[in-house]
Design a protein around this ligand. Structure first.
Ligand code: GUN
Length: 282
């Protein structure tokens, strides 16, 4: 029987820790503010933004939502980001992605003040992570490190295989696992004999976005399996990249979907908002 890593419980612990520290700042007269920018009315984005605002309410972080029309020009959107950069009452800025067609997300990310980049997407944040300087770290990979550490899973010296090389998960995950002294391999669609590589993993991190792709034959007996997938199975039911019922008996520990990695992302956003105060004080 594998340990089922409970992301809901661990994310709740983190939100409670953040809430206590936010209260301590408040007692010193310091308020923390997150500005969430949503452009257009994509329904999934609306749900994500609402969840972020709810987490802010819980932790005592002030959130302001800036809803902009999908028809906004790149120039006006950049002007809005600039306004938030200059607003001293704003600690964190998050522009919900994806942006509507015609808008350049990379340019918008680059426009965010790196000292307020609570998503950790700015090239300066990414660069700082890769050379071991302080800065904001992308929330999902940061959350995975917390899932492992708080479940008592040692990382140092372990073979870690990451499948997926996105800027938001795969690449920052590789940097974080290196920082924790794992031996890291990053696989992707062009990897030859993927199974041969994933079967070497002590810690396997699946971040490909393909429903139940990883079956037991991809997994080494006794591995720790982290599933970043948010997919739909053949019946339209939410599932991960990992075929949970097939893999679980082979694993030492595994994250479920839902209730594994998912809840950690918002918890780490709250942690980044809290850390922004320290980062901005330097
Ligand atoms: N869209 C999906 N996930 C994210 C995220 O973590 N941050 C932002 N800004 N947009 C997203």
């Amino acid at each position: 029987m594998a340990l089922i890593i409970d992301g809901r419980k661990i994310s709740q612990q983190i939100r409670d820790e953040v809430r206590d520290q936010v209260a301590a700042y408040k007692a010193q007269g310091k308020e923390i503010t997150l500005a969430v920018v949503q452009v257009g009315e994509d329904s999934a984005s609306t749900v994500y933004v609402r969840n972020k605002q709810k987490a802010c309410e819980y932790t005592g972080i002030r959130s302001i939502k800036i809803a902009l029309p999908a028809s906004i020009t790149q120039e006006d959107l950049l002007a809005e980001v600039d306004r938030l950069n200059r607003d001293e009452a704003v600690n964190g800025i998050l522009v919900q992605l994806p942006l509507p067609k015609g808008l350049d997300a990379n340019a918008v990310i680059r426009a965010i003040d790196p000292l307020k980049d609570v998503d950790g997407f700015h090239p300066q944040s990414v660069g700082a992570l890769s050379i071991g300087l302080p800065g904001f770290v992308s929330c999902t990979p940061a959350g995975i490190i917390q899932l492992l550490k708080r479940s008592g899973i040692e990382i140092e010296g372990k073979e870690c295989v990451i499948v997926g090389r996105s800027n938001i998960v795969g690449k920052p995950m590789a940097m974080l696992m290196l920082r924790e002294n794992a031996t890291v391999t990053v696989c992707h669609t062009r990897t030859r004999d993927l199974k041969e590589v994933t079967r070497r993993a002590d810690i396997l991190i699946a971040a490909v976005g393909r429903a139940k792709m990883f079956t037991a034959d991809y997994i080494r007996e006794g591995a720790v399996v982290i599933d970043c997938g948010m997919d739909r199975d053949e019946n339209g039911k939410l599932c991960g990249d990992v075929d949970f019922s097939d893999c679980e008996p082979r694993c030492a520990a595994i994250t479920p979907v839902p209730g594994g990695v998912g809840p950690m992302t918002v918890a780490m956003l709250m942690q980044n908002c809290l850390d922004s105060v320290r980062i901005q004080a330097r």
